[in-house]
Ligand binder design. Structure first.
Ligand code: DON
Length: 553
């Protein structure tokens, strides 16, 4: 009898070791409640975490047009409970006509062409990427996942204060392009809080995609894109659209204090910066220093400074940069060497010999999903600027990106005004511009602990890093991990950007160490899920958007 009991106990133990602990209730956190609701409903119907992410992303393209998109691109990191983690790269690709000197006019850098012309539009990856993720890990029918987006576009939705203010702010820009003005205003006048925004062309495009996603690349939607780009000196041609493929990439992996870090590989620099910085920070007792303390901010800034310097030097599209030394950059030994160059109470100096940075632009958006079995998805996607090129494809109802602005301006162009001209990230046919987006999943003892990500251009890896430190080193809950004042260092310019909420005493101490500080009101907009004791707790960032974008299953 005793033997049997022992056998039973051993068996139960073996089974529980194989079955990762599940989560009490699934959850979607995004920047918009209506979009998160669309994803949560998919979970209720038995959809996978990827299903929920896809439905949320399509809904965001309707209710959060500043960054949610069909005409942009991004990255989807998935960690199913019953399979290996995967990473779908659906970053935009440069068209065949692109080249390293494409933003020079008579040899002179043309900023407007780089960031605000149809030449800055990359071949959109979102539709193909979401479809690829669904094909691999979806459970519900593809068309079902587009239903909420179609309904929201066709029947409209009532604009929140945030949405109305965001559209009103952009109205002068929208006036430059008739179809955008028509879709996002009432006969040229601003839409107001409580007004219903109906987007009929967008609804029709979504219906076509729901029937066959290839419509975007080869069908009527493709023809609408091509007509607009051809008539307006854009570079995208039919062959570029037809050739677009999302790329399934190896997840970038690291370890931090015994936890497994799953992050974004190139063409994003998000994972490299994050893991390199975490490796450096692992050698310090941050917990003892305390969250927001001068020591913690100093050490994290110094770690980021070094990781960003490597980013500038080495990172770009892996298909065009075969010699990126990622193994070395992400090794613990290299982190140790870098740690040796950090003084505990003195700011280093960023060698101002090669690079500085262009300004950051909004907008991008992140969503995090977990289902009740514990499968998680972390997805960040973007149009680059807020509302991308601000140009709706006539008849198609969606905005084009201006993502090629993420390429360097031209060969040898590096100068003190903020241009960069290093080779790894120069434009080229079919090449994907270097990104900073940083979808993250942190795993503890085989189960998801944290899902995180944020918009914010180059400040993205810093924001995500701080959500990790807040949870792992400082023991915060999800809400505090998101709300705690942020900071950012990106090597050059050589200063720490701090949020206004960072304590005055900390700022003074950092200055005394020799750091230059710049103060911003807000940094990023993180969407976080933390699993504690088998319970998922989510926190939607209220920095950019006051509404809570959290929806539970
Ligand atoms: O891929 C990138 O890193 C940029 N295009 C993201 C832009 C961005 O996050 C702006 N949002 N605030």
């Amino acid at each position: 009898m005793r033997n049997r009991l022992l056998l039973f106990l051993l068996l139960a133990l073996a089974i529980s070791a194989q079955t990762p602990p599940s989560v009490k209730g699934g959850m979607v956190v995004s920047q918009e409640r209506l979009a998160s609701e669309a994803g949560a409903q998919v979970l209720r119907e038995g959809g996978s975490a990827v299903d929920a992410a896809v439905a949320t992303a399509f809904a965001l393209a309707v209710v959060h047009p500043a960054a949610g998109n069909l005409g942009g691109g991004g990255f989807l990191l998935s960690r199913p409970v019953d399979g290996p983690p995967s990473f779908v790269d659906f970053r935009e690709a440069a068209p065949g006509a692109a080249g390293p000197r494409m933003w020079l006019k008579a040899g002179v850098y043309d900023e407007a062409r780089h960031h605000r012309s149809l030449a800055s539009v990359g071949v959109p990856g979102t539709v193909a990427g979401l479809h690829e993720a669904w094909r691999r890990e979806g459970r519900l029918p593809w068309a079902r996942l587009l239903h909420p987006a179609i309904r929201l576009a066709r029947e409209g939705f009532l604009l929140s204060e945030n949405q109305a203010a965001s559209l009103a702010e952009q109205l002068p820009e929208f006036r430059k392009h008739g179809p955008t003005l028509a879709q996002f205003s009432r006969d040229g006048l601003p839409l107001r809080t409580g007004d219903r925004l109906v987007q009929r062309d967008l609804a029709r495009t979504l219906v076509r995609i729901s029937k066959d996603w290839r419509d975007f690349y080869r069908g009527r939607t493709a023809r609408l894109i091509l007509r607009d780009t051809r008539e307006n000196a854009g570079l995208i041609r039919a062959a570029d659209l037809a050739a677009y493929r999302p790329v399934l990439r190896e997840v970038l992996r690291g370890r931090y204090r015994g936890l497994e870090v799953l992050a974004a590989p190139p063409p994003s620099s998000g994972g490299q910066v994050l893991i390199e910085a975490l490796n450096i920070l692992e050698g310090y007792d941050l917990r003892a220093a305390g969250a927001g303390s001068p020591a913690a901010v100093h050490l994290a800034s110094e770690a980021l400074r070094r990781a960003f310097a490597d980013r500038a030097r080495f990172l770009g599209d892996p298909a065009f940069n075969l010699d990126m030394p990622l193994d070395r950059l992400l090794s613990k030994a290299y982190a140790g060497e870098l740690r040796g160059t950090i003084e505990p109470d003195r700011a280093s100096v960023s060698a101002p010999d090669r690079f500085t940075w262009p300004r950051d632009r909004p907008d991008t958006t992140h969503l995090s999903v977990i289902d009740r079995r514990g499968s998680a998805v972390s997805l960040t996607y973007t149009l680059e600027d807020s509302y991308g090129l601000k140009r709706i494809v006539p008849g198609a109802g969606f905005l084009l990106n201006n993502e090629l602005g993420d390429f360097n301006g031209g060969p040898g162009l590096t100068d003190a005004t903020g241009l960069i001209g290093t080779p790894p990230n120069l434009a080229g046919p079919g090449k994907r511009p270097l990104s900073s987006m940083c979808p993250l999943i942190l795993v503890k003892d085989g189960a998801v602990l944290l899902v995180s990500g944020s918009p914010g251009g180059r400040s993205i890896p810093s924001t995500v890093l701080e959500t990790v430190l807040n949870v792992v080193d400082f023991g915060m809950d999800a809400r505090a991990a998101v709300d705690t004042p942020r900071f950012h260092h990106q090597w050059l310019p050589d200063r720490i950007q701090v949020e206004a909420g960072l304590a005055e005493a900390t700022r003074a101490a950092l200055k005394a160490m020799g750091h230059d500080l710049s103060v911003v009101k807000k940094q990023g907009c993180a969407q976080v899920i933390l699993v504690r004791d088998g319970q998922a707790e989510g926190a939607a960032d209220s920095r950019r958007w006051a509404d809570s974008g959290l929806a539970a299953e």
